[in-house]
Design a protein around this ligand. Structure first.
Ligand code: GTP
Ligand code: MG
Length: 216
C-alpha cells in the first residue's frame, strides 16, 4: 500500500490548548551531553530533533518554546555539537541533536557524533518520537537517508518536519513534498503525517506543540 503522508491537520481546540499549556510551562537548558553516560535519567517523555546542520533545529526549539535564544542558533553549520537537553515543564525533555552532513568537520569528529547518535537513538527507552527536519526547499538528501535508516533499525518512530516554509514558493514546496513522500515510502519507521513549519513566521508551530503534548 502506498502511504500518502498528508500534512498534519491543525489541532482541534482541545489539542491546541494542551500544546499551548505544555509549552507555556517554562523551558530551560538542562545540559549538553557528549557521551551516553551523561544522559539524564529516562524518567520523562522525550522527543528529539534531528537534521542536517543549518536545517533549523535550534530555531524550531526556540519557536516552540517561545524563546529567542534558549537553543543557540547560528549561521555557522555544525555549531551544535552536543546532545542538548531542554526541560519542558516537569514532564518532558526536548533534545536538540548535533547536525549532520557538515563536511568541514574532521572525520574523527563526525564519526564520534555518529556513534553517539546511533547509541542514543537505539538506547533511549523514553524517546517517544524523533522529529527529522528537512529543508522545505531541498527535500530528502543522501545524508538524510543515513539517519532515516538508523531510525528504522532502532525502531524509533520518526515524523518528518519540513522547515523554512517561509522561504519556499508554493510550486517548489509541492515538488519537494512529492519527493519527500516518495522517499518516505521505503522507511517503515516513518510516521504517516508531515508537518510544514516556519520558525520565522510561526507556521505549523501550534500543530507541533499539540503533537508533542499528545505524546505524554
Ligand atoms: P546546527 O546546530 O548547525 O545543526 O543547525 P540548526 O539545525 O540548529 O539550525 P539553526 O536553527 O541554527 O538555523 C540555521 C539558520 O537558518 C539560521 O540562520 C536561522 O535563522 C535560519 N532559520 C531557521 N529556521 C528558519 C525558518 O523557519 N525560516 C527562515 N527564514 N530561516 C530559518
Ligand atoms: Mg543547532
Amino acid at each position: 500500500m502506498e502511504l500518502s503522508f498528508p500534512l498534519a491537520e491543525a489541532p482541534d481546540a482541545e489539542a491546541a490548548e494542551a500544546g499551548r499549556r505544555l509549552f507555556a510551562g517554562g523551558a530551560g537548558f538542562l545540559k549538553g551531553v557528549v557521551a551516553m553516560d551523561g544522559l539524564p535519567p529516562a524518567d520523562r517523555a522525550e522527543v528529539c530533533f534531528a537534521g542536517r546542520s543549518n536545517v533549523g533545529k535550534s530555531s524550531l526549539i526556540n519557536a516552540l518554546t517561545g524563546t529567542r535564544a534558549l537553543a543557540r542558533t547560528s549561521n555557522t553549520p555544525g555549531r551544535t555539537q552536543e546532545i542538548n537537553y531542554f526541560t519542558l515543564g516537569d514532564t518532558h525533555y526536548l533534545v536538540d541533536l548535533p547536525g549532520y552532513g557538515f563536511a568541514k568537520a574532521p572525520l574523527p569528529v563526525v564519526e564520534r557524533w555518529q556513534a553517539l547518535l546511533r547509541a542514543y537513538l537505539a538506547g533511549r527507552p523514553s524517546l517517544r518520537r524523533a522529529f527529522v527536519l528537512i529543508d522545505a526547499r531541498h527535500g530528502i538528501k543522501e545524508v538524510d537517508e543515513e539517519i532515516l535508516t538508523m531510525l528504522d533499525r532502532a525502531a524509533v518512530p520518526f515524523q518528518t518536519v519540513l522547515t523554512k516554509a517561509d522561504k519556499v514558493k508554493a510550486a517548489e514546496r509541492d515538488r519537494v513534498l512529492a519527493q519527500v513522500r516518495q522517499k518516505l515510502q521505503t522507511h517503515p519507521a516513518a510516521f504517516p503525517e508531515l508537518v510544514l513549519t516556519s520558525s520565522e513566521k510561526g507556521e505549523g508551530i501550534a500543530t507541533l506543540r499539540a503533537i508533542v503534548a499528545s505524546l505524554a
